[in-house]
Ligand binder design. Structure first.
Ligand code: GRF
Length: 204
């Protein structure tokens, strides 16, 4: 499967996906990295890894759908099968999301449906949860709401700061995302009704 990774920032998940995709037996090929922020450090990182990395500055467009039309044109140019959001910080219109239904995935730094949105580690600490983690899910028009493909849990330790907890979650993200993308690319994460049919076997 031909994959485009969309980023907005540092791109550490992108780097983990690029690393995994170097293995010839990995079922997905990263054909492009696209950032909506021209200054995203992840773009440099992608180019250093020898990938095609492009910026489509959302500020240059009058509307969300104009930006998405430009994005769509680049996805078509790269003949992309799957879109992988990795720290992509733009909300997308329902029309765009629906046009990629079942072919666009995201990683969220919490165990959904707990803590959708921003500042997940701070909120996990405030709530006093003992387990926190990350979720890979299909993207649907509702933010952080789509069918769950895979999750990884990490403990919340006494005295954790949000930064410490976030770093622990991020290490889990870097393992989970490549494993989850492989499952999607192999067709092993089918959506049945509103859920992903759970494939047998542990992901990690
Ligand atoms: C990650 O925590 C991811 O879960 C969230 O945004 C962050 C992106 O980090 N969606 P990076 O750019 O992959 O380093």
């Amino acid at each position: 499967k031909r994959v485009a990774i969309l980023i907005s920032g540092r791109g550490s998940n992108m780097a983990a996906l690029i690393e995994a995709a170097k293995d010839p037996s990995y079922p997905a090929e990263i054909v492009a990295v696209i950032s909506n922020r021209p200054g995203a450090p992840g773009l440099t990182r992608a180019r250093e890894a020898g990938l095609v990395a492009e910026a489509i500055d959302h500020k240059a467009f009058a509307s969300r759908s104009d930006f998405e039309a430009a994005l769509e044109a680049r996805l078509e140019a790269h003949v992309v099968d799957l879109v992988v959001l990795a720290g992509f910080m733009r909300l997308m219109t329902a029309a765009f999301v629906e046009s990629w239904a079942g072919r666009m995935i995201n990683i969220h730094p919490a165990l959904l449906p707990a803590f959708p949105g921003l500042a997940t580690h701070e909120r996990a600490l405030e709530a006093g949860v003992r387990l926190h983690g990350c979720t890979v899910h299909y993207v649907t028009p509702g933010m952080d709401e789509g069918p769950i493909i895979a999750q990884a849990a990490v403990p919340v330790l006494a005295g954790d700061t949000a930064a410490e907890l976030g770093a622990r979650v991020l290490r889990a993200e870097h393992k989970l995302y490549p494993a989850a993308l492989a499952r999607v690319a192999r067709g092993e994460a089918p959506i049945v009704g509103e859920r992903v049919e759970i494939a047998s076997g542990d992901l990690l």
